[in-house]
Write a protein that binds this ligand. Structure first.
Ligand code: CUA
Length: 317
């Protein structure tokens, strides 16, 4: 990272080039058409200006070919923007399978970033180069926005909800992290940095980082401490659904609907179990809304996700 002035931030991720290409296309189209319009307005204003002997406009003969052209051409150019943008959007928001996960909790005015292995960081995120990293993010208070210009990613971070985005860094270095949503007095100070490291450096950093045990392990303690394991025993005749292999699978609900058990579903089912009742079960589970903070929720979600991995392919019943 150098601090010299530049119009465009450096390109630090695999998606940066694609985003820039689309941006340049938009710039080019806007520039060409603005220039065209200004040139024509001025040319015609001069050419057809009122002067003695030419007081009235001549009759204009319709030219269908020209009229079709100025409808079809802008339409085609806009369609290119739409298709290009939509494809890029899908690529940016769908993390590749096997991406490393990092949990982000935003609060006024700091970023807390947690690795599944247990180490957590404040306003700093260390990641290995050339590995996709998926961020699962939530806020403890107001809306923030996770913005890393060099990676061309910006995603709002909302209270009571998980949002996610991913990136893959292409070279080691330090990249600024900013908050891109006005969130109060010290919004402008809500900054940090992403430190991209080579694999050996990252391994070393990871082994030195202080850790209180993996998120899933702490989650298991919470799971027992809150009494969840009393009902979610995993037995066939248990009062509560089996949680092994749940994450990523399709869940059949009362009333015939079904949902995919993603992070948002796990979160909702912990906080407000009655929102979605699993088919064949009674609404017995206590409501945990207001009793768990975001950090604990992330630990529980990480634990539930670890159960799916142990069971192998999560989407196979
Ligand atoms: Cu957080 Cu602006």
């Amino acid at each position: 990272m150098d601090s010299g002035f530049r119009i465009f931030p450096e390109r630090g991720s695999t998606n940066a080039e694609g985003v820039d290409d689309l941006y340049f296309y938009l710039l080019l189209v806007s520039f060409v058409f603005s220039a065209l319009i200004f040139i024509l307005v001025i040319t015609f204003a001069v050419k057809y200006r009122r002067r003695p002997g030419r007081e009235r406009a001549a009759r204009v003969t319709p030219q269908p070919a020209l009229e079709i052209a100025w409808m079809v051409l802008p339409f085609a150019l806009c369609l290119v923007m739409f298709v290009w943008g939509a494809r890029l959007y899908v690529r940016i928001y769908e993390a590749p399978p096997g991406a490393m996960e990092v949990y982000v909790v935003a609060r006024q005015w700091m970023w807390k970033l947690q690795h599944p292995e247990g180490s957590s960081e404040i306003n700093e995120l260390h990641v290995p180069v050339h590995r996709p990293v998926r961020l699962v993010m939530t806020s403890q208070d107001v809306i923030h926005s996770f913005y890393v210009p060099a990676f061309r990613i910006k995603q709002d971070v909302l209270p009571n909800r998980y949002t996610s985005i991913w990136f893959q860094a292409i070279q080691p270095g330090e990249y600024p992290l900013l908050c891109a949503e006005y969130c109060g007095t010290k919004h402008s100070g809500m900054t940090g940095r992403i430190v991209v490291m080579t694999d050996p450096d990252y391994e070393r950093w990871m082994s030195e980082a202080t850790s209180q045990g993996s998120l899933a392990a702490v989650g298991l303690q919470l799971f027992r401490g809150l009494g969840c394991s009393g009902c979610h025993t995993g037995a066939a005749d248990a009062r509560a659904p089996r949680l092994e292999g749940l994450f990523g699978s399709r869940v059949q609900l009362e009333g015939g609907r079904s949902v995919v058990a993603d992070e948002a579903y796990l979160r909702e089912s912990i906080l407000d179990p009655r929102a979605k009742i699993v088919s064949g079960f009674q609404p017995l589970m206590p409501v945990f809304r207001g009793q768990l903070n975001e950090d604990d929720l992330i630990r529980l979600v990480a634990y539930l996700k670890s159960l799916a991995v142990r069971e192998g392919r999560p989407d196979q019943p």
